[in-house]
Design a protein around this ligand. Structure first.
Ligand SMILES: *Cc1c(COP(=O)(O)O)cnc(C)c1O
Length: 391
């Protein structure tokens, strides 16, 4: 039985994001050998494109074979040895996942917690660093996809480097949608994932390691617990030597390459601006439909918007109607937000005015059917006024 053609659902959830036809075509190109000279050129160019998007000169910049979580795991297994102390900011699901992975590496984990929907407080983080001066690494999530909160990075970098620790940043939902700026901000290790703001299908986790991180890696006393993710093998495969380690997912790399080339063509600033503009318009429209954003303006992500579900409106009912009647996917809440908030992604190619308007239309239609009166005209005009202001 052949694969059935999947429905053309508009992806406006927490990822994956819509994949452009150009990228889908790239993935269907002829598979060549992973040590073929033509493929080596593609690898080199893909690494250059990644450096451009991470805004770094770091030599060790490549895509890990695996999804965003593999990037998280690659960062932690390579940097940590049993008994190392790490500090992790936890204000949602992904900070919590970092804690889990770090503790599986045998590290002693100290958490800095913050309320869901709020960033981690850098003052509190600094206090914990002062109390534990032997912390080797601090992990923080730049864009918490479970809550829609953005972490201001500058004060965190300052505190972490003052105590001579390494800073690891999860940029899965920020890279390609808002500035990550690895070198300018002096971030030590940063990973991301294909399927959020980069606009490729899930399957690769771009990662970059700076000089300080590589020095620490070289000082390791024990073997990296994961054979597959051991940086000493991966850098030999992605480096000059082209030493065989595992077979790179050739066609996924075609896809990532094409998605990155599209970002280069658009330009980073233009792309960041597009993400800000569309998220601003969406929020204005959602407010007009009677919804409140979860995150305060100054910390709200442009790539993922969380809103409280209006009273007397049932979460699952609305999401199921969006999918069946309007072919739109949005995300439900996780943890304390389950049943209370929606997560709406405007990531990569998904961040478009027509998608903003299509979702506002669909939500207004469903709300009115469910007896929650709201005006579509008002929502569209609130959104339109943002587009006018900023054009
Ligand atoms: C999606 C996501 C991940 C995990 O990525 P997968 O591709 O699902 O493995 C990690 N961190 C953040 C912030 C994410 O949004």
């Amino acid at each position: 039985m052949k694969l059935e053609k999947p429905a053309e659902v508009l992806l406006m959830g927490p990822g994956p994001s819509p994949v452009h036809n150009r990228v889908l075509k790239a993935i269907g190109q002829h598979t060549i050998g992973h040590l073929d000279p033509d493929f080596l050129k593609i690898m080199n160019r893909a690494m250059d494109l990644l450096r451009f998007i991470f805004e770094t000169k770091n030599q060790t910049t490549f895509p890990v074979s695996g999804t965003g979580s593999a990037g998280m795991e690659a960062a932690l297994v390579n940097m940590l040895e049993p008994g190392d102390k790490v500090l992790i900011g936890v204000n949602g699901v992904f900070g919590q996942r970092m804690v889990d992975v770090a503790s599986r590496c045998g590290a002693e984990v100290i958490e800095v917690n913050a309320e869901w929907g709020r960033p981690v407080d850098s003052g509190e983080l600094e206090k914990k660093l002062a109390a534990h001066t032997d912390v080797k690494l601090v992990g923080i999530v730049h864009a918490e996809t479970s809550t829609g909160a953005q972490q201001p990075l500058e004060p965190v970098v300052e505190a972490v480097h003052k105590y001579d620790a390494l800073l690891l940043v999860d940029a899965v939902t920020s890279l390609g949608g808002l500035p990550v700026a690895v070198d300018r901000r002096d971030l030590d290790i940063v990973y991301s994932g294909n399927q959020k703001c980069l606009g490729a299908p899930p399957g690769l986790a771009p990662i970059t390691f700076g000089r300080r991180a590589m020095q620490k890696f070289e000082q390791r006393k024990s073997k990296v617990q994961s054979w597959y993710l051991d940086l000493s093998f991966l850098t030999r495969y992605w480096g000059e030597e082209r030493f065989y380690h595992h077979t790179a997912p050739i066609n996924m790399i075609y896809a990532l390459y094409e998605a990155l080339a599209m970002i280069e063509e658009e330009g980073l600033e233009e792309r960041f601006y597009r993400h800000r503009l569309n998220s601003g318009a969406l929020v204005a429209g959602l407010k007009a439909l009677g919804m409140k954003p979860v995150v305060e303006d100054q910390y709200r992500l442009p790539s993922l918007i969380t809103v409280w579900i209006p009273e007397n409106i049932e979460d699952a009912e609305v999401r199921s109607r969006l999918r069946t009647e309007h072919l739109i996917e949005i995300g439900g809440g996780l943890g304390p937000f389950k049943g209370k908030a929606w997560r709406i992604g405007l990531m990569g190619n998904g961040s478009q005015r027509e998608n903003v308007e299509r979702l506002l239309r669909a939500l207004s239609d469903i709300f009115n059917q469910l007896g929650h009166r709201c005006s579509l005209e008002e929502a569209l005009s609130e959104a339109a006024s943002l587009y006018q202001q900023q054009e």
